[in-house]
Design a protein around this ligand. Structure first.
Ligand code: ZN
Length: 485
């Protein structure tokens, strides 16, 4: 015993033309005993593929026909040739007729130009939705895994492998990257006007814009380059601690102007208009120190408080131990724990010169022969020397953290660190055997950031929303004209 299920799809356009397709699925009674209740994923794939082919066929035909009409004289354009084109959709691949039309000879005399209308709505041979879905999965998990997930639920062709996923992800990344470059150029072109315009606004409430920035190390796949390269990862937002963190950006270019352009682009997304207080918080890495100098004024650079605190913490532990143990060392250094606490307190309040002096005298005391427990003294000295050189090389970027903290402002790059983790870490660093090309890593990260910024879909669909310049404002061909085709 078996039941044949018939699924019919029927579409009717405004001219009354009916498009209809049928497909059937037979389900045997026996399969019920195997627990096969209802349609399976495979049945679903078959059904959706059949229905999709009817819809895509009809839409491709109609769109090509619509584009065959010359917008100037409303007659049919001449045919150049017909080929077939495979359009890959989330519900299977559809082979459609792919005509190329010539420009109208009366309206464009002497212009021997042909165009393929389907190229306009489907430039990639895969629909924008499939491109986006593939890229999104490819940006979240290894390419091989993404290919498997896609094939699990969707009628994807067996030829679509991890290589397809990688190719599409990088293609989408390139498109996003181009968009950001274009927007950056446009913003720069308008910068002067906007600057003056906003400066005249009375009572403008100035609120701090914060760039939390960090770097991530990625293993390189390129033979003739260093083993690692760096990605700059940042989150740009406005407001203080506890407020939403703002927009992400990632760049594989560590050039000063490249980081600045990305930062400005991200800041503009949160309302920055070329002026206003900008604060860059970083761990003091050289490539990040260049950013504040390239930014519009006033921009201040501050060192992430936790980087300082983390350097002091092990010193404090050793000192506390010395004091607790009441050993011979304690007799020589009875205030060591309070001395280190004092250095931390001075740094927290931005009293850098005092902190440096205190640290120097502390190190001088540690230098004297100590006898027993040399090891902990040597370690303490080592840590102290590191802290001193860190503080010295970043002295201008160590501010009054206490004051900032009390005012509710940010003092740490926790935002950037979580960005490194959620953007780069999970996808690129945790799997140690993975190696990346600079280009591939950069483009993958453009997809990932667009997704996390919640704009991947909008950014990819935007080009399709632009009005087609050669289409007349009201397209109303008479039915006989359509039927004649
Ligand atoms: Zn014409």
């Amino acid at each position: 015993m078996a039941v044949e299920w018939t699924i019919t799809i029927e579409g009717k356009n405004e001219f009354g033309d009916v498009c209809r397709r049928e497909m059937s699925i037979t389900k045997s009674w026996e399969s019920l005993f195997d627990g096969d209740i209802g349609f399976s994923i495979d049945d679903g794939k078959k059904i959706m593929t059949a229905l999709q082919s009817a819809v895509v066929d009809h839409e491709a035909e109609t769109y090509c026909l619509f584009r065959r009409v010359c917008p100037d004289c409303h007659t049919f354009r001449p045919v150049k040739d017909y080929t077939t084109r495979r359009i890959r959709t989330v519900f299977g691949t559809v082979k459609v007729r792919n005509p190329r039309w010539m420009l109208c000879r009366d309206c464009y005399p002497g212009m021997d130009v042909a165009f393929a209308p389907l190229m306009v709505i489907c430039p990639d041979r895969a629909t924008p939705e499939l491109m986006e879905l593939t890229a999104r999965l490819g940006s979240m998990m290894p390419y091989r895994q993404a290919a498997k997930v896609l094939a699990e639920f969707l009628p994807i062709e067996p030829t679509e492998s991890y290589a397809t996923v990688r190719k599409r992800t990088i293609r989408v990344g390139e498109r996003l990257d181009d968009q950001i470059m274009r927007e950056t150029w446009q913003a720069r072109a308008q910068a002067d006007d906007r600057h003056q315009l906003e400066m005249q606004l009375p009572g403008d409430r100035r609120k701090e814009f914060v760039i939390s920035i960090d770097t991530a190390h990625v293993r390189s796949s390129e033979r003739n380059s260093a083993r690692n390269f760096e990605l700059v990862v940042a989150r740009c937002g406005r407001g203080g601690r506890g407020e939403p963190g703002g927009r992400y950006f990632v760049s594989s270019s560590t050039a000063q102007h490249a980081i600045r352009d990305r930062a400005l682009h991200a800041l503009e997304g949160v309302g920055y208009g070329g002026f206003g207080d900008v604060t860059v918080i970083s761990d003091g890495a050289e490539i990040l120190k260049r950013l504040p100098r390239a930014m519009p004024k006033p921009t201040t650079h501050i060192i992430d408080w936790f980087h300082i605190a983390m350097k002091i913490q092990p010193m404090q532990q050793i000192a506390d131990h010395i004091v607790r143990s009441r050993s011979g060392l304690f007799e020589r250094l009875p205030t060591i724990d309070r001395d280190i606490k004092a250095v931390k307190w001075r740094l927290w309040h931005g009293r850098v010169d005092r902190a440096i002096r205190d640290l120097e005298s502390l190190l001088a005391r540690l230098n004297q022969p100590q006898g027993e427990a040399e090891f902990s003294i040597a370690r303490l000295r080592n840590l102290g020397v590191q802290l001193l050189s860190y503080v010295r090389s970043n002295r201008s970027a160590i501010v009054n953290y206490g004051k900032r903290y009390r005012a509710g402002l940010r003092v740490a790059t926790t935002l950037a660190e979580s960005a490194v983790n959620s953007l780069v870490g999970k996808r690129m660093v945790k799997k140690q055997q993975m190696r990346w090309s600079l280009h591939g890593a950069h483009m993958l990260m453009q997809v990932r950031t667009a997704e996390i910024n919640g704009e991947l879909r909008d950014r990819l669909r935007a080009p399709f929303r632009q009005p087609e310049p050669s289409v007349p404002p009201i397209f109303k061909p008479k039915p006989p004209l359509l039927r004649a085709a």
